[in-house]
Design a protein around this ligand. Structure first.
Ligand SMILES: [Zn+2]
Length: 511
């Protein structure tokens, strides 16, 4: 993926009272058994989840199960209005709690009672319920709102992309702020019902399946309805609104496939189709390596020519910018975004510092696809990638295991990240390596993971101490020595056939 609001960290202000809560929402601290019960006054929920890079992303004190996002959108004005109903459980006694949100809020109700709201920090909506919330209580939070997302700026930035014929809500790591209130961190996943009313003739594509066909509404409007029943991190929910040709199919395994192509693509359209229409085939191939596909639907969206310049692994249905098709079909970017369905979407980072768990793995999937397609073995891609960055290149100064908030999408996270996995594969052998990958996706399915947990699993399966390997490749500046490359040092490796597509994809995905 690609565009980022880096001012968030600089502008960080934690103005809401309360201490930072580390750990997973919903995992309340154990109570002291057999001790006298001490009743503390309810406190405000924390304004963030204590992420290393983005400490005010997400909120403490509650855990969301479901979002019902019901919107009305007008492409001509970019006016967005609607109601989001959030089903959540309080994980502490709460006098107030935060939602991450930017649009103008008309009202908030908590379990039917009108609540008061204020704003704080860069993107915090502080909700004070009429009645104190007790730990374990079920919450129904109804937020009514309106706004023009493309003109709603934080530090001069909007994650909402307005286009000639509609809009894209596609961004990482912040996208939800501009279209629905949320607990915006991968630690708090939920299911989604998303529906949008638009003028008839406009298409709306989102995550999951369509439980009903688009339904006509008064005023020559149509409501599009989407549902995703798998746990989803808020930033992986998306909207693509505009003029799209939609292609539906069913996989041999019975999964619905929904692909959509912006009509603005013109001459780029055939290359987009020749790439995205291979989604089911690539998912099937990846399932054989990474384990069972985790979700209920598949697909892809080829965005418009005036939309995004990157691609994003939006859950069940990645969205691709037009740049990937400028030199013909590119199945490498499709392989990359689909690999994220396992690495990033089903198994999400527990902290954004662990971004290697997403980008290193999705990039290595491309190397495996190169091998599968006969366009260069993973070893050949490794040799070329390694040699293409001289030892004094700035590239080697970025640590894939801890790149810093402003560099979570640095090229090093992708390319050195993939090199790290190749070194792991060489160290443990193919049998262990291809046992580690599906074990990881099974163990953390629909949850979160850390680099430390991945290393522990790799050590457990391989029986090897891998501390030197992980420290050298993920956490140490400088180009690591590699025996296999040193052996070939007299002749520069030639570029594998796949390299032109892999490198041009990474030019758009990373920065
Ligand atoms: Zn990626």
């Amino acid at each position: 993926m690609r565009r980022m609001f880096t001012a968030a960290t600089a502008a960080l202000t934690l103005t809401t009272a309360g201490t930072m809560l580390a750990g997973t929402p919903g995992q309340a601290a154990p109570t002291g058994w057999g001790r006298p019960v001490v009743t503390a006054a309810p406190q405000p929920g924390a304004p963030g989840l204590g992420d290393t890079y983005f400490p005010d992303y997400g909120n403490g004190g509650y855990d969301v199960e479901h979002y019902d996002v019901r919107l009305r959108y007008d492409p001509a004005s970019d006016q967005l209005s609607g109601t989001t109903t959030i089903l959540a459980t309080a994980t502490q006694d709460l006098s107030a709690f935060n939602l991450d949100f930017l649009l103008d809020v008309e009202s908030v109700r908590v379990n039917g009672w009108a609540a008061t709201t204020t704003t704080a920090g860069a993107h915090e909506l502080v909700v004070t319920p009429a009645r104190t919330v007790t730990r374990g209580q079920q919450l129904t939070i109804v937020v009514r709102y309106t706004g023009i997302p493309s003109e709603t700026l934080v530090g001069g930035y909007t994650g909402w992309t307005r286009t000639d014929d509609g809009a894209l809500a596609v961004n990482e790591p912040e996208s939800a702020w501009w279209w629905f209130p949320s607990n915006d961190h991968p630690l708090d996943k939920a299911t989604f019902d998303i529906s949008v009313s638009v003028p008839t003739g406009v298409e709306v594509i989102s995550n999951g399946v369509q439980p009903r066909p688009p339904a006509a509404e008064a005023g020559n409007r149509t409501r599009w309805i989407w549902r995703t029943t798998s746990p989803t991190a808020p930033y992986l929910a998306f909207l693509a609104i505009g003029q799209y040709d939609i292609v539906t199919e069913t996989t041999p395994g019975g999964q619905p496939v929904v692909n959509a192509y912006s009509t603005s693509l013109g001459a780029l359209g055939p290359a987009a189709r020749a790439s995205i229409e291979r989604t089911a085939e690539i998912v099937d191939w990846e399932s054989g390596i990474f384990g069972p596909y985790p979700f209920e639907a598949q697909g892809g969206v080829a965005g418009p020519v005036d939309g995004i310049g990157f691609a994003l692994e939006t859950q069940t249905r990645p969205v691709y910018g037009p740049g990937f098709w400028r030199r013909g079909a590119n199945t490498y970017v499709v392989t990359h975004e689909l690999a994220h369905q396992w690495f990033g979407d089903s198994v999400s980072v527990a902290d954004w510092r662990n971004i290697w768990l997403n980008e290193g793995f999705a990039s290595y999937a491309e190397w495996l696809w190169s091998e599968e397609q006969g366009e260069g073995t993973a070893q050949e891609v490794f040799d070329f990638a390694y040699a293409s960055y001289p030892a004094d290149d700035e590239f080697w100064q970025v640590l894939p295991g801890d790149p810093g908030a402003a560099r979570i999408f640095d090229n090093a996270v992708y390319d050195r990240g993939a090199m790290t996995l190749h070194q792991l594969r060489l160290a443990v052998g193919d049998d262990a390596f291809f046992e580690i990958l599906p074990a990881w996706t099974a163990e953390h399915r629909y949850g979160n993971g850390t680099i430390e947990q991945f290393q522990a699993l790799a050590e457990q399966i391989s029986g090897l101490d891998l501390d030197d390997l992980f420290t050298t490749w993920l956490f140490t500046a400088g180009r690591p020595d590699v025996a296999t490359t040193a052996r070939k040092a007299t002749t520069a490796p030639t570029a594998p056939k796949s390299w032109v597509k892999i490198s041009e994809s990474h030019d758009l995905l990373s920065h």
